[in-house]
Every structure is written in C-alpha cells, then in structure tokens.
Ligand binder design. Structure first.
Ligand code: MN
Length: 207
C-alpha cells in the first residue's frame, strides 16, 4: 500500500474520536476501486458553511474546502483550501458531527459520481492525478448527478510562514459550462436521500 495513504489517514483519525462521531474510521484501500475513480461534494454546515470537494486518488479522498462551492461558470474562480485526506468510505457520509468534535455540524452528500483524469504533460501523456496535484495543477472531467464536464484545480499559493496553501477550482469552458453558480446550501438536497441540511439535522436530533 502507498505509505502516503497510511500517513494521510493517520491525520484524519487523530482529529476524530470515533466513539463520539459517526464519521467512518475508514480503511486503507491499496488498490483503486473498480471502474473510474470517484468524487464527492458534501455540504458542511460547520463553523462556517462550505462545500467539501473530494477526489479519489491513491486509495484515499484528496479533499478541499470550497467556501462558495463549485460553479458551472468558467469565469468563477472558487477558492479551495486543502484539508486532510479522507478515507474512501467518507463519500457516503451524511449526518451530524457532534458539538466539540472536529468539524462539528451537519453534512449532506450534495453530489457524487466518477471522474476522468484529463491532466497531460507537454508531451501529451497523461499525468497521474497524485503527481498532477503534487505539481499544482489537475484537470478532470466530472460525471456526477449534478456536476458534469471539465474542471481544473490549480494551486495559487504554497504553504509557508503564516500562509496556508490555496487552490482555485474552475470550470472548463466546455459544452457543460453554464451560468449557474453553486446552489444555496440551505435549499440544496442530498444526491443520496433528497434531504436538506435542516432535515438531516432534525433526523439526527430525533434519534
Ligand atoms: Mn468540511
């Protein structure tokens, strides 16, 4: 198994008490899942509302917090702040992370699907996604229930000193481009259950 996956999940696990949170502890997936790699976009009503954008690579979900959410408009440059790698099992997680836990608040799966890596080098050869991310630019086509078409993630700032690493998530100007920005998180519905953040929170409170 890639040592990177092991290390990455160590940070994910260190931040969480699995006796308290219903988030998955997850396992290492040394082999890629069958078929195309997966992506998920969760809406997370944490201290500040954001979308979590996650792409499968190297047996984990590479993750970014996108405050304004992915836009279908190629003119929108959406700030994406890297967060720790999450286990693949996280792609189905919906529920309420309890008060006092890391990321406390309600989570819904807003979109899910597969993606195709489109990143190529100057020679036209495909660059594996992990390597593309290390180099600071990845291009991919999403095949989700809501998000479709090409997107790019580009690192615009390295971490160092008081600077946190920063990326931009931008829609390709392809035939899937639209004027549509991200949805209102409070009105958005889960791709899995059709439920809103409010409904998921109410269901958790009733249990
Ligand atoms: Mn989050």
């Amino acid at each position: 198994m890639p040592a990177t996956a092991q290390d990455a999940l160590a940070l994910y696990r260190r931040r969480r008490a699995f006796s308290t949170t219903s988030e998955p502890e997850g396992s290492i997936h040394p082999e890629p899942s069958d078929g195309d790699p997966v992506f998920v976009v969760q809406i997370h009503d944490a201290r500040s509302m954001h979308f979590d954008f996650r792409l499968e690579a190297d047996g984990v979900l590479k993750s970014w917090a996108v405050p304004r959410g992915p836009s279908g408009n190629p003119h929108d440059k959406r700030l994406a702040s890297p967060t720790e790698d999450h286990p693949l099992e996280y792609r189905t997680f919906e529920g309420v992370i309890p008060e006092g836990e890391y990321g406390a608040g309600t989570v819904i799966v807003w979109d899910e699907g597969t993606y195709l890596n489109l990143t190529t080098g100057r020679d036209g050869q495909e660059i594996p996604l992990t390597q593309a991310l290390e180099q600071g630019h990845a291009s991919f086509r999403l095949n989700g229930r809501k998000l479709r078409g090409g997107y790019a993630l580009t690192r615009i700032r390295e971490s160092g000193g008081s600077d946190r690493e920063a990326w931009l998530l931008v829609k390709h100007a392809d035939r899937r481009a639209s004027e549509r920005g991200a949805p209102d998180p409070w009105r958005a519905r889960s791709a899995r259950t059709g439920h809103t953040l409010h409904q998921v929170a109410a269901e958790a409170a009733a249990r």
